[in-house]
Design a protein around this ligand. Sequence first.
Ligand SMILES: Cc1cc2nc3c(=O)[nH]c(=O)nc-3n(C[C@H](O)[C@H](O)[C@H](O)COP(=O)(O)OP(=O)(O)OC[C@H]3O[C@@H](n4cnc5c(N)ncnc54)[C@H](O)[C@@H]3O)c2cc1C
Length: 409
Amino acid sequence: MSRRIAPGRRIDAAVVGGGIVGAACALALAREGLQVTLIERAEPAPWSVDAPDRRDPRVYAFAPDSAALLDAVGVWDTVAAARAQPYRRMCVWDAGGGEALRFDADALAVKQLGWIVENALLQDRLWAALRASTVTVRCPAAVVALERRDEGSGEAGATLELDDGLRIEARVAIAADGARSTLRDLAGIATTTEDYAQRGVVAYVATERPHEDTAWQRFLPTGPLAFLPCAPWAAAPHVSSIVWTLPEAEAVRVLALDDARFAEELARAFTSRLGACRPLTPRIGFPLRRQLAEAYAAGPVLVMGDAAHVVHPLAGQGVNLGLRDASALRALVADARARRADWAAPHRLARWARARRSDATASAQSFSLINRVFSSDDVAATLLRGHALGLAGALPPLNRALWRHAAGV
Ligand SMILES: Cc1cc2nc3c(=O)[nH]c(=O)nc-3n(C[C@H](O)[C@H](O)[C@H](O)COP(=O)(O)OP(=O)(O)OC[C@H]3O[C@@H](n4cnc5c(N)ncnc54)[C@H](O)[C@@H]3O)c2cc1C
């Protein structure tokens, strides 16, 4: 799909990358009355509810504030109606012993803690909304060059050159083009990376017992193992999506197991909490690393989503953090417009960049710390984490504060 923009016309915002974060950001800014162009390399594959047993292996534990952003751009109802599995409880425990940390929607006086949603469904619904919106979509197209005019060098803005030769002038260019962001690199924004030397193994599995609308996570010395509750399949009434973090060599071994052996090892690692397991899909392993951009703004270029931060999946916050970047930018535009002020003023963009970088960096570092402390056989670490989980579970105000932080409310 492509709609040509008039040559030489300067738009408000050019969003590069039509993943979940870029698509949601483009829609949110357009709703605030900005002229927006979205540039995406490849249109996402359509998602259909008529293929109930063909599901995207990438699922997200979607936080309430992420759902609120999608609601604000008119997309959440269609996602929820299609296939979003609410979860009402969370249970986190350590293989080394101690109390479990539990969150319960009833105790927190909410209907659900969040939803488990497929990546492909979110993309499909966001792109349907893009087609019906005022956003100009250029796809397939990729950014290949950037000219930047920072404050003090005339009218600040960015000119993006696409691989088909088209040039787009915008007041602000937003890099939402993922972990290997071209626009971030063109803007000269460096990243720091920590390789966890782990892989996340993901698959759908049928379990003998119901998932109890609970997101389960067991910390093992090799890394966390999560069972996320999913809607039933035709051939399986009880279905979970698993994310099993393992050291590199162990992940390679587990990926190569035959189904029967994999099911056996998986159930054992999960202490058969939901009974016997049966794989419903092939397993996929993805390498885990932390990657943080050193700045979230360089003149008129902003970075968000995985272009800005790649975090450990143990807290299920990757996509939620990215959507928080987009929400904060939308709030900045709304606030500036209410005051009849310039939304793209450098001091405003700098404030957004500082706030988002601080939030994402603190989150990324705490996930790294949890990963290190919990993926350890060390006696002191084992005692500490058992005690810490018990304490967080036993003190209602701490329990509530932890959940509020994860939920973004
Ligand atoms: C296998 C896997 C499993 C995961 N599981 C989880 C999970 O369980 N929970 C969780 O929270 N997170 C998970 N993540 C991370 C999560 O997918 C990301 O945090 C999220 O997708 C980030 O969204 P994004 O829109 O920022 O980037 P992306 O989804 O990477 O989207 C970037 C988009 O930019 C486009 N693009 C790239 N370069 C260009 C260019 N030069 N020009 C134009 N377009 C371009 C790409 O085609 C793509 O559509 C997983 C990631 C992977 C790879």
